[in-house]
Structures are given as C-alpha cells and as structure tokens.
Ligand binder design. Structure first.
Ligand code: ADP
Ligand code: MG
Length: 355
C-alpha cells in the first residue's frame, strides 16, 4: 500500500530555517481497548514541510487535526514518536534537554490565549524580560532597556512596563506575548492560533504587526489557525491538514485559485474570497464530522466525507505529491501530475447553494 511516507519532503523556496520530515506523534490512550492492546491517537502521522528565511507557512485544518501537536513537537514540548526536525540544518529531534538550549533561543512560540500564558502576578516588564533572565542573555539595566525597545517594537508604550496582565486589553496582551517571543532574537516563531481569541477588529492589527516584524527582523513563522481567512492574511504558503496529515500544500494564490484537494475546496467554499472577481463555486457542505484519530477511516482518511470518493479511496492512502510546481496534493484524483485537468471540473458534487 502506498502511503504519505514515500513522498520526499516538500521544498520551500528559500534555504530552510526549519525542515520537518515525516513527523509523527502517537499518544497511547486507554479506554475500550482489550487488555494488553493499546489504542493510539495518531495526532500527527507523517508530516513533512520546510519554512524558508522570512517565510510564513500557514497550517490550517479543523480542530483536532493535529496542528498544535506539530507546533509542540517543533518546540520539543512533546517528544515526537518519529521523524526529524532540523533547525537551520541542525537536527534537533533527539537533542537532550541541556543540549537543546541554543536551539530553544532560536524558536519561540506565541499561544492562542495570551491571558493564560502570562503570569498574572508578574509585571509586563518581568514577563517580557524573563527569557533573557532564564537564558542569561541580558541583565539589569541592559535587560530593562531591551524590554523597553521590545515594547516599542510591538506598539506598546514603555510606561506600560510596570502594569500587570489584567490591566491590558486582549490585543495588548497578545502584543506582550509577541514581545516576549522576540526577546531572544529568534529565527522562527511558531504562532498557534495567536488571534483566535481576539475580536475580529483586533485580529487584523495583530496580524499586521506580525507581518511588519517579519519584514524588519527577517523572521520566519509557522502560523497555525483553524480559520483559513486568518491564515490567508499572513501566509506565503499554506499547508492544509486533515486527521494528522498534510493533504495539500501550495503558495497562497495557487491554493485559492486552484485548490486540488476536495477538503481544501470545501474549506475554501466557506470563506470570503480575497479576490471578489474570482469565480465562486457552490458552497460545499461536508458530510459528517471529522473522524476520530483513534479509529481512522481506511485509505484516504477523508473519503467518508468526500463528494468525489471512489472505490480506490477506501483502499489506498494517496501520497502527498507535487502536482504542479510547488503545489502538492494527496488525492487520487490529482495523480495525473503536471498539466492534469482541474480535478473537479464537470464532476458532480454533493453541494448546497451558498447562503
Ligand atoms: P489541533 O491543534 O489541530 O486542534 P491537536 O494537535 O491539539 O489538534 O490534537 C490532535 C489530536 O491529538 C486530537 O485528537 C487530540 O485530542 C489529541 N491529543 C492532543 N494532545 C493529546 C494528549 N496529550 N494525549 C492524548 N491525545 C492528545
Ligand atoms: Mg490547536
């Protein structure tokens, strides 16, 4: 049976800051399994991608598909079951805790809920300065000055340094989270749903701040979100995840103009178009819910919900393959390779009219 495993890791356009190859994370769970037989949550199951210098890769998919687990494996907050993670060419997958320190400075994370990730008893100055204290990169006056500069960089006033997290708004708290992530001059920031808890009016401000900082500091982002419109705002390339696997990966424009995977097509049909003149297909309502990562469907995991599924989809797992330049898809309909017809033209789908 062919699997995603035999596909080469997709290449980013620039020399990669991050290269993830065949990443796997399985969690053993108890429950209804017979004695002696473990059930596994295949949270991440053979994920490969690269991120170039100054590039943002968006990682999108429904809740539970494994996005945060990818982020946590990269941060080594959880230990991967398999695969490798290279940071600027260095394999950090199996570095021991103490050997991991230099790499930890270069990868930072921004979380969804700035409030729960900030210590309520620490002033904003302490929060933002803490990584410098822990890593011993700046002390005393130097640290205070650096924190002040970071406040300025994220659009906060240095006078606000002595305030506590509850004295800031949600958007301001996320700015504090970003300032702290910048404290050690990282190369890469893993942003896990950084604007999902914010009002829509504030979301764009925080996204634009991230874009501005990226330009200034040549940062790379892995930007995780369940909302495709948010991911589209900030990403250069987008990877779409379904049940632990990447099913499609492409430059943003290509993904929006010509989605190759039926799952991406369904996701896109539910978001406002960035280009209003582009043709809007009918809204596709997916049948059923995301399957459980414990009892996954055979073959293509998406087949029970796919309007185009045919017999082979139940039997064979489609590998993630390049279909056109830089555009990867894991779908049996796309296996004609470069120059093949748009996968969905003329095919009948279980669709509903857009509202
Ligand atoms: P996402 O961020 O896309 O919502 P997650 O990476 O958080 O998804 O979770 C992927 C799957 O792994 C889910 O089914 C989730 O329940 C499961 N999972 C996450 N963490 C654990 C854990 N510590 N133990 C068992 N299962 C977990
Ligand atoms: Mg998550």
């Amino acid at each position: 049976m062919s699997g995603a495993d035999d596909a080469a890791p997709p290449r980013a356009p620039a020399i990669p800051v991050l290269r993830v190859a065949d990443l796997r994370k399985y969690y053993a769970v108890g429950g209804a399994a017979p004695v002696g037989v473990a059930n596994y949550v295949h949270a991440v199951d053979g994920v490969s991608f690269e991120i170039g210098v100054g590039e943002t890769l968006g990682l999108v998919g429904e809740s539970g598909c494994g996005k945060s687990t990818v982020g946590k494996c990269i941060m080594r907050l959880v230990e991967p079951t398999g695969g490798s993670i290279e940071l600027a060419g260095e394999d950090i997958t199996r570095l021991r805790r103490r050997d991991l320190q230099p790499a930890r400075r270069q990868i930072q994370m921004v979380f969804q809920d700035p409030y729960s990730s900030l210590n309520p008893r620490q002033t904003a100055e302490t929060v933002v300065g803490e990584p410098m204290l822990v890593h011993g990169t700046a002390s005393g006056r130097e640290r205070k000055e650096r924190v002040s500069a970071l406040f300025d960089a994220v659009g906060l006033r240095p006078e606000q340094m002595s305030k506590f997290p509850h004295e800031f708004s949600g958007g301001q708290r996320q700015r504090i989270g970003i300032a702290r992530a910048l404290a050690l001059n990282p190369k890469l920031i893993v942003c896990d749903e950084p604007v999902s808890a914010l009002d829509v009016s504030i979301q764009a401000q925080v996204l634009n701040l991230l874009i501005e900082l990226q330009d200034k500091l040549k940062l790379s982002y892995l930007f995780i979100a369940h909302d495709l419109a948010v991911v589209a705002h900030i990403s250069h390339r987008i990877a779409v995840m379904y049940l632990g696997r990447i099913v499609e990966m492409a430059p943003k424009a290509a993904l929006f103009e010509r989605p190759l995977h039926p799952y991406t097509e369904a996701l896109l049909s539910a978001v406002p178009l960035p280009n209003p003149r582009a043709e809007r297909g009918r809204r596709i309502i997916l049948k059923g819910d995301v399957a459980s990562p414990i009892h996954r469907p055979t073959g293509c995991h998406f087949h029970p919900r796919c309007p185009y599924a045919f017999d082979r989809c139940k039997r064979e797992t489609p590998a993630l393959r390049p279909v056109t330049n830089g555009h990867w898809s894991a779908c049996h309909l796309n296996e004609g390779g470069a120059g093949s017809q748009p996968a969905f033209s003329g095919m009948t789908a279980a669709t509903d009219a857009a509202p």
